[in-house]
Write a protein that binds this ligand. Sequence first.
Ligand SMILES: [Zn+2]
Length: 361
Amino acid sequence: MMRESFSDTVKQAAHGNWPFTLQALGINAKYLDGKNHPCPACGGKDRFQFTLRGNGADYGRFACRGMDEQGGDGFALVRHVFGLSFPDAVKAVANVLGISADSIFNNNYMAIPYAVPATSQVVQMVDRTDKVQAVFDSCVAIRPDNQAGKYLLNRGLNWVCLPTGENSPLRNCTALDYWHVADNKPVMLGTFPALVAQITKADGSLAGMHRIYLSQDANKLVLHGRDGVLLPNKKLQAAHDGALAGAACRLYSIWADGRLALTEGIETALAVHRMTGLAVWACISTSGLKSFLVPDGVREIIIYADNDRPDHKGRNAGKEAAYILAARLVAEGYKVSVLLPPVAGTDWMDVMNDEINKEQA
Ligand SMILES: [Zn+2]
């Protein structure tokens, strides 16, 4: 069997996705508008032009009269701007596109724009749709006087901005079981109040539920396992294997003008709605964001990304997921923008609360 080389894989993934890839690497969008500019690498006055249309655009072609070669493709531009060797330029681009050298050999890398995970090839699928639906049906609407409602108010949200109608995907559960697997045995650690959110597939059917476990005083639950380790207070349950790929929590109805905003978290989505009035859906996780499938009636996607603190490898998972989704949606023909909070380690909920504090100061 012929094995595709790492650089070929990265080339394929970058094909047609250069503007976002270059911006994700830190090249200012103003250089990439197809007009003449000083070169972002070697300066000058108007020696640089990025190719916006046609075949060349797919390869990230650019012209720079300051170079002996007079320009090149996207990889050449990355080398020119950052002074990298070709292998290092390939690594930098791979990093932005979420491809690692290890993962291409087991063939599960995120190949953009073919990033839509298959949901139909699962063998012996366990269907939990009825269970998930039963939990959701046992919940009541969020209200200012139940724990889920109080929790959202505690986070600085305004009641009139919340999706509270009977079609709201957000519900309050007064006592939800908390299961934890220890030594391969599931143990129920207790029942707690929870905000339960319905997750919907692109075709409108049930994909699963997200649960944010709460304390009696309507803050996030702090729960430790028997070994003293802090347990997660958020849990995501798929209706069946693969059901969550492409799905989202549909918090608000899509606008008639076809604009839809996306976030990772539910609280962040509610904060973005409070600040912008936009229809916002929460994709719950970075993998949910990366795999999101756009439903009919949407033309423009605005991604309000989390600006995560870089991990030990210097990667910002929230930003990376947003750009991977953006690159795919651009290739699919949507108008796309990515908005990041200005400070590392913050999300749009933090931005909203900063604004409120400023107003009150
Ligand atoms: Zn140059």
